[in-house]
Design a protein around this ligand. Structure first.
Ligand code: NDP
Length: 449
């Protein structure tokens, strides 16, 4: 499989995150390619690493002082073998082609795991919504959509939110799309409830990651009840991860943002979580302010350049990284193992570095990679698309039951694939193989395109 990595290295020598994501999948699926030579003969791997289409565009907008600002917009339409392109938009200053290609690549297999008809894509901009007024965010979203709209459609490409893109941004993006096309169709998911959104969509990624952890624990006749949990991030995924852990009887003791983290040994209960939601979603403040209200908590600043993160040094049973890629480095993984963590469920995409993953696998940690553990978000996006097509709204209970069922079946598909290919309980191999086979079979059926 070295030749696949050689192609990626030669074509895109500087895309390190994309290389990281491809390397992991290539290593996992080698035994599948040995068993199914037709995949090699049909160049499945060579085709799957090359996006169907990469769209890059200028996004000019005017800030509140009247100054013209220019950002870069992207959409990676990675693979449409099993459905329209589907995957979030990320607005963050770190966004570049490598990060979006890694996310789009992972999304292809994640979406296949849900068993819903969705291809894979990802997009976004290096725009930073932090510190911008609502009007500035609106003008940026309108400028972004004034180019992206021509590439979207309910049967073509249906983006959603991701880092920096929540309900507010989806609303502004949708409004502009509707104006340009004069058409009210489900071309975005994560929409407001009263204009086409689905119940449980905001909760889905966090809830799903907790359901997956509970499924892994169930294989050991255990559950989350009574478990102490470390959660990173304090955005959409972290908030609803915390909510579901609380509902299942666990205790969350940390949350973070890019500036620092809070440690609250007494547990971030429902009331405290409501305050975090107010801080982050309404006031758009820093997590540090948690300690102004709850004196029992301790705040620690984070050094983004450090080779480890003190959040991962606390004694706990489970870890739910829910902020960003590569936030668990090799030292962090070792600290987690040393401090008694036996379950890691990734709400974020690729939050653990490859050497960190090796430590989890060597120590028989119940380790769920993002493409399996955080698939609940896109799964409910798929359910939002179905509701839009049928012009109906399922109840909270109905959507949550479907989400739980999907996470259960992703868990069992990953486990079966890991067993079939000789690495039982290795969810990394299981997720990569189960997702890859679904996509590869569809590509085989559709010929060389
Ligand atoms: P949000 O923007 O709602 O929250 C992101 C959180 O992570 C914030 O607390 C943010 O802190 C922190 N963060 C972002 N970048 C960094 C960084 N470079 N270093 C440290 N902290 C950082 O995003 P989401 O909760 O939606 O997404 C979190 C993760 O989950 C991402 O990896 C995303 O791809 C993944 N994911 C999200 C899905 C969804 O449905 N939303 C679906 C599947 C995966 P700050 O405010 O300081 O930037």
């Amino acid at each position: 499989m070295g030749e696949i990595l050689d192609i990626v290295n030669a074509r895109d020598p500087f895309e390190k995150e994309f290389h990281q994501a491809v390397t992991e999948v290539v290593e996992s699926v080698k035994p599948v390619l040995d068993k199914r030579p037709e995949y090699r003969h049909n160049g499945i791997m060579e085709r799957v690493i090359e996006p169907d289409r990469v769209i890059q565009f200028r996004v000019p907008w005017v800030d509140d002082r009247g100054t013209v600002r220019v950002n870069r917009g992207f959409r990676i339409q990675m693979n449409s073998a099993i459905g329209p392109y589907k995957g979030g938009l990320r607005f963050h200053p770190s966004v570049n082609l490598s990060i979006l290609k890694f996310l789009a690549f992972e999304q292809v297999f994640k979406n296949a795991l849900t068993s819903l008809p969705m291809g894979g894509g990802k997009g976004g901009s290096d725009f930073d919504p932090k510190g911008k007024s609502d009007n500035e965010v609106m003008r940026f979203c309108q400028a972004f959509m004034s180019e992206l709209f021509r590439h979207l459609g309910p049967n073509t490409d249906v983006p959603a939110g991701d880092i920096g893109v929540g309900g507010r941004e989806i609303g502004y993006l949708f409004g502009m799309y509707k104006k340009l096309r004069n058409e009210f169709t489900g071309i975005l998911t994560g929409k407001g409830l009263n204009w086409g959104g689905s119940l449980i969509r905001p909760e889905a990624t966090g809830y799903g990651s907790v359901f997956f952890a509970d499924e892994m624990l169930a294989t050991q006749n255990d559950s989350l009840n009574g478990k102490t949990c470390l959660v990173s991030g304090s955005g959409n995924v972290a908030q609803f991860t915390t909510e579901k852990i609380n509902q299942l009887g666990g205790r969350v003791v940390t949350l973070s943002d890019s500036s620092g983290y809070i440690y609250d040994e007494t547990g971030i209960d429902e009331q405290k979580l409501n305050f975090v939601m107010y801080l982050k979603n309404a006031k758009r403040a820093r997590i540090k302010e948690y300690t102004d209200k709850y004196k029992e908590a301790v705040y620690t600043e984070l050094d983004p350049a450090a080779d480890s993160n003190p959040l991962w040094t606390h004694k706990a049973d489970c870890a739910f990284p829910s902020a960003t890629q590569n936030e668990i480095q090799v030292k962090d993984a070792q600290n987690l193992v040393n401090n008694g963590v036996t379950v890691v469920s990734e709400g974020a995409n690729m939050p653990t570095t490859p050497d960190g993953v090796e430590i989890f696998l060597d120590n028989n940690i119940l380790y769920a990679p993002g493409k399996a553990a955080n698939a609940g978000g896109v799964a409910v996006s798929g359910l939002e698309m179905s509701q839009n097509s049928m012009r109906i709204l399922w109840s909270r209970q109905e959507v949550e039951t479907k989400l739980k069922g999907i996470m259960k079946s992703i868990h069992s598909d990953c486990l079966s694939a890991s067993e079939e290919y000789g690495t039982p309980g290795n969810y990394v191999n299981g997720a990569n193989i189960a997702g890859f086979v679904k996509v590869a079979d569809a590509m085989m059926d559709q010929g060389i395109v």
